[in-house]
Design a binder for this molecule. Sequence first.
Ligand code: ADP
Length: 253
Amino acid sequence: MPTPIITVKNLVKKYGNFTAVNGISFEVNPGEIFGLLGPNGAGKSTTLEIIETLREKTSGEIWVNGFSIDIAPEAIKKIIGVQLQTAGFYPSLTLTELIELFVGLYQTAIDPFELLQKVNLTDKANAKFKELSGGQKQRFSIATTLINKPIIVFLDEPTTGLDPQARRNLWDLIMKIRDNGTTVIITTHYMDEAEVLCDRVAIIDSGEIIAIDTPNALIDALVASGFEKVKEVKKANLEDVFIHRTGKAWRED
Ligand code: ADP
């Protein structure tokens, strides 16, 4: 087993008397796409924001690339990329201007054109953020997580609200980021997405991890327990029809 890049031990987060995260432990391996799945209110964002050093924990221990969150939060901040809510971007600045702004904030050096190339947005370099489509906004938001050349990126529901092509384009982008050696932690409500993208997933419910493994192993375990789908599965689904008919080209996504 590789040395984990993130280790979470007995993490607890209480909001007053309410326990949102109830003693969870898990590890993320370097270079994997790790999915945090679970219903709304399960504690996913709380867990992510604590690891991102944006929220205080109640108790527990966390190490990110060997740095303890209690001792070296600043060192952790430098090696992670966090996706901001797209509402946080100044709508009237161009993509190039926004990147230059972030580069200044992070005190790093990166060529805006090269960064936009990574997310296939060079033709929008001089467009204002507000002029982008939903998928383009998400791609740009993922690009901004890469500005400080992080070794881990955190993506919170990056494909919510996108059309099927835009979602698939984002899957390709996220896999490309992983294939370049960056560890990715993602939350999603789309199980088809988790199945395709995630090397491993943890399912969280009511602040506790109820399952953690590769998607395949979790599915196989369910089938081995005697589970059968009520409806016979066809070789394709409606989304396959949609993609087949409308194509998968990059477009106004
Ligand atoms: P998820 O991301 O899985 O939807 P969250 O981590 O956002 O879940 O929230 C977990 C639980 O903690 C929810 O019941 C939510 O209402 C509660 N919660 C989140 N943030 C706060 C807060 N700042 N104060 C009080 N309760 C909160």
